[in-house]
Design a protein around this ligand. Structure first.
Ligand SMILES: Cc1cc2nc3c(=O)[nH]c(=O)nc-3n(C[C@H](O)[C@H](O)[C@H](O)COP(=O)(O)OP(=O)(O)OC[C@H]3O[C@@H](n4cnc5c(N)ncnc54)[C@H](O)[C@@H]3O)c2cc1C
Length: 389
């Protein structure tokens, strides 16, 4: 007899992994299959987030997946060095994979390339077709001609040092470095007393980076801080989408009726490309929804994505200011000014929930970039027909 799963999640990355994890606890009666083309989950990722991005209940269900937690974090700019209180947390890809693989057992299918999807079937490259009450497509970002993007491109190295580094807090932005190729900063996570993750990051127009050059810059950064690198343990690389503008309905139609999660569904912070908080919110939404049939999910996900798209209009406007109004070597000034603002505002911004007053505050004051080009950039790429609904 043909097996029909309640839900098939295609792509066992961050969004669908968290969804499977949460549904397993909250809706154990559901049969859920998580499929990925890779031989293992979570390869070469470190997913970080601020404690204030999530509610206490969300932290509780996510806790077993969290591998690092620091009591605060630092930022550095040419004219500003500031420490923020409030925990900063990371999930390592390795820990994510180990925990989920053990928990999901036969609900996880690896080494399975998916070729075609419909709202209730999944066709594998092997020719096999799987059936489900509903399918969710979480295969990561797909190119779309309906989004105008910039990128946060980076390469990170986890390094073993010869001596302890002495750092106690992450540096989430060190923009005191030379500004090449757009807004550049270095991101440093102290993973152990003698182990660091050092990422060299660029806000730029193109998603590609020269890995050889970036590795040299990471090495130079380590040397400048007196850190003697004994061994490079692993590398991670990404090019995260920064949304400047887009046409929601056409972007939604890219999915051809199959509900989408994660980056593929546009469920991320438009200014950072980070998707963990939105993935957690989606998992909460689906875990509390009784009807998970294909038809019901389509309506639910459409509304969810449209709501977020509208809510994020302001962030897209800020991105246009950053990318189109500030000349690349001047972009750090916008970020330096931002990090002088009250900590509560900064927390709400990263959590994707700025208040009306926060929004005003961000735009008021002496702008760090010329006013006229900024206004032009805001208007040029945002005619209502292009951005709506
Ligand atoms: C190196 C890196 C670090 C990042 N750090 C952070 C961070 O600190 N905090 C944060 O919030 N965000 C971070 N991001 C951004 C974003 O949150 C991640 O990219 C996140 O993994 C996106 O989740 P996702 O589920 O949409 O896609 P992914 O996690 O990329 O998962 C997609 C999965 O689909 C699978 N797949 C693709 N095609 C097929 C197919 N045809 N058949 C079967 N399987 C397929 C892939 O193998 C992959 O496992 C980072 C991104 C990268 C690349």
């Amino acid at each position: 007899m043909r097996r029909t799963w309640d839900l098939i999640l295609v792509g066992a990355g961050l969004a669908n992994g968290l969804l499977a994890w949460h549904l397993r606890a909250r809706r154990p009666e559901l049969s859920v299959l998580l499929i990925d083309q890779a031989a293992a989950m979570g390869a070469n990722h470190t997913w970080s987030f601020h404690e204030s991005d999530l509610s206490p209940a969300q932290h509780q269900w996510l806790a077993p997946l969290v591998s690092h937690r620091w009591p605060g974090y630092e930022v550095r700019f040419p004219n500003l060095r500031r420490t923020f209180a409030g925990a900063y947390c990371s999930i390592s890809g390795e820990h994510f994979a180990r925990t989920l693989t053990a928990a999901l057992g036969r609900q996880l299918m690896l080494n399975a390339v998916v070729k075609r999807l419909t709202p209730d079937t999944v066709q594998l490259a092997s020719g096999e077709t799987l059936h489900a009450g509903a399918v969710i497509d979480g295969r990561g970002l797909a190119p779309s001609e309906h989004l105008r993007l910039g990128y946060q491109a980076f390469l990170g190295q986890e390094v073993q040092l010869a001596q302890p580094h002495g750092l106690t807090l992450p540096t989430v932005m060190d923009a005191t470095v030379a500004q090449h190729d757009g807004y550049r900063f270095v991101y440093v996570l102290p993973l152990a007393p003698d182990r660091l993750l050092i990422e060299d990051t660029y806000y730029r127009e193109s998603p590609t980076l020269d890995p050889f050059l970036v590795r040299e810059r990471i090495n130079a950064y380590a040397q400048a801080h007196g850190w003697q690198v004994e061994r490079i343990l692993r590398e991670e690389q990404g090019s995260l989408p920064i949304i400047l503008a887009g046409r929601f309905e056409a972007f939604y139609a890219d999915g051809q009726g199959v509900p989408r999660s994660g980056l593929r569904g546009g469920l991320f912070h438009p200014v950072t490309g980070y998707s963990l908080p939105e993935a957690v919110r989606l998992a909460d939404l689906l875990a509390s929804t009784t009807d998970l049939s294909a038809d019901a999910l389509q309506v639910l996900l459409y509304r969810h994505r449209l709501g977020l798209w509208r809510h994020q209009r302001y962030f897209r406007l800020l991105n246009r200011m950053l990318f189109l109004a500030a000349a690349p070597p001047q972009r750090w000034k916008v970020l330096e000014r931002f990090h002088r603002l009250p900590p509560g505002l900064i927390q709400r911004f990263y959590a994707g929930a700025p208040s009306a007053t926060d929004k005003l505050r961000l735009l008021l004051g002496k702008p760090p970039v010329p006013v006229l080009p900024a206004l032009k950039a805001m208007l040029d790429y945002a005619p209502p027909a292009q951005e709506e609904p």
